[in-house]
Design a protein around this ligand. Structure first.
Ligand code: GLN
Length: 482
């Protein structure tokens, strides 16, 4: 099979060919590694490429297959991992100067699972430092470029993961989503990105940004692949106290005509790019045509969602990142004459600007005298948003919305304007505040032929309905009959 054909296979296709021994994992893995070698100098999706390890794993899986062992559909499939997910013996930098040389001594839960299922890790992907950002411009190492247009950002913070999938440098990728970091880059690069229900996937081994929001999820070429991977990485884990015992049942036979779709009025205020709006309207029209019922619903507290998210996530980040003190983990500054100076210099020179901004905002929001006005108020808003979503889901199965008000912006466009950058997250943070599952699925393009992502938000543990609803859109986009 030609290299371009190998790189075009989705998970289900590749797994079938591997099973029939029409292709080998070594062939497939080599095709990806060669593509990385050729194109990653332009895209910058990876921080670390683990070629030798990948080839060794692929060969091992091929031998097992030849020996007639019973293998999972993920066996021999090449994937990439965001660099804030711990990988034993392989650097995990969080794209931070602080962790430039940090090598974990254990695997994250999701990595253990994928290894047990025989998937082949190609390397670790670039991100905004510690997950803070929406464009990948906050990486301490390099900027990831959008494979659809090298002058534009890939989105963030899982930009390297989304770009690796869109640029055919991995068949799928693991990312993390605290306020939109899986959905936003998926939307910008034209991939399918799922942020699962909070607690559905163990966070053991995910470097914490804001623990009450952080969730590992999957970026893939299509919804069916995404579901197959989530099925493997989800499930209870005793090492994460917020991991849920409720299992995800990912099969669902809902038809498009039975779907009850909600449109949040407040989501369609000013500020959405005309082409993005058009794509959403086309998606809504498509669902209508299929016989789905469409209801206008309201989330009045949404106007405070972004504010509440940035207060709470920064507060949690300021506490989580206190462990980086130059003593235990990562970088230690060479110049110090007291323990205070060691902390101060290590943190001053180890963290980038955005990370420092969040630590300061979070510390301020938690400080005596301000706690009531900021942190506590933000928590109250979070509760209100949760209960408003609950009301909506009494009558709707899914909420449809944009992922972002715009498509991928130009590199540097928002660099000196963090507030403008934060506005990119306006549609994604509500699902994190409420712990709900949400998926981004490509549907249409803008005037510059850049992909537009549609967001579908579901009930807790309602991932199956989201995958099904997303697959209807995918089929329409490909011109297939449902
Ligand atoms: N852009 C958001 C932030 O900077 C979301 C980040 C994320 O989901 N990791 O906080």
């Amino acid at each position: 099979m030609k290299k371009s054909e190998l790189l075009s296979l989705n998970l289900l296709e590749a797994s079938e060919l591997l099973n029939k021994k029409e292709i080998s994992s070594k062939e497939l893995t080599t095709a990806y590694l060669e593509n990385i070698e050729e194109n990653d100098c332009k895209i910058g999706a990876y921080i670390t490429v683990t070629s030798d390890l990948a080839l060794q794993t692929a060969e091992k899986i091929d031998t097992m297959r030849v020996n007639g062992e019973n293998l999972s559909p993920l066996a021999g499939i090449p994937f990439s991992v965001k660099d804030n997910i711990c990988t034993k013996g392989i650097k995990t930098t969080c794209a931070s100067e602080f962790l430039r040389d940090f090598t974990p001594v254990y695997d994250a839960h999701v990595i253990e699972r994928l290894k047990n299922f025989g998937a082949v890790m190609l390397g670790k992907t670039n991100m905004d430092e510690f997950g803070m950002g929406s464009s990948n411009e906050n990486s301490a190492f390099h900027i990831t470029k959008n494979p659809r247009d090298f002058e534009r950002v890939a989105g963030g913070s899982s930009g390297g993961s989304a770009a690796s999938v869109a640029g055919k440098e991995a068949l799928f990728s693991l990312g993390s989503d605290t306020g939109g970091s899986i959905r936003l880059p998926s939307s910008f690069c034209g991939a399918v990105g799922m942020k699962p229900t909070y607690g559905a996937v163990s966070r053991y081994g995910l470097v914490a940004f804001a623990s009450s929001f952080d969730q590992i999820g999957v970026i893939s070429r299509n919804a069916a692949d995404n579901a197959a991977i989530l099925d493997v990485i989800s499930g209870w884990d005793c090492r994460d106290s917020t991991s849920s015992k409720q299992s995800l049942n990912l099969s669902c036979d809902i038809t498009a005509e039975k779907l009850k779709i909600g449109i949040v009025r407040e989501f369609f205020a000013d500020g959405i790019d005309e082409d993005v709006l058009n794509c959403i309207q086309n998606a809504i029209e498509f669902y209508k045509k299929c016989g789905a019922s469409i209801d206008y619903v309201s989330l009045p507290s949404i106007k405070s969602a972004l504010w509440a998210y940035y207060i709470i996530s920064s507060a949690e980040a300021s506490s989580n990142l206190a462990r980086f003190d130059g003593v235990r983990y990562g970088r230690r500054d060479e110049n110090y004459s007291s323990i205070e100076e060691l902390y101060k210099n290590s943190r001053t020179n180890g963290f980038g600007e955005e990370v420092k901004r969040r630590i300061m905002t979070g510390t301020f929001a938690l400080s005596a005298g301000y706690y009531e006005n900021y942190y506590k108020k933000a928590q109250r808003i979070r509760e209100k948003i949760k209960s408003e979503f609950e009301e909506i889901f009494k009558k709707c199965d899914v909420i449809i919305s944009p992922v972002c008000p715009t498509t991928a912006f130009k590199i540097g466009e928002y660099r000196d304007n963090p507030e403008q950058m934060y506005l990119s997250d306006i549609y994604t943070v509500p699902a994190n505040l409420a712990g709900l599952p949400a998926i981004s699925v490509p549907f249409g393009t803008d005037r510059d032929n850049l992909p537009v992502g549609i967001q579908l938000i579901g009930r807790p543990f309602g991932e199956a309905v989201l995958y099904k609803s997303a697959s209807f859109l995918e089929k329409e986009a490909c011109g297939d009959d449902i």
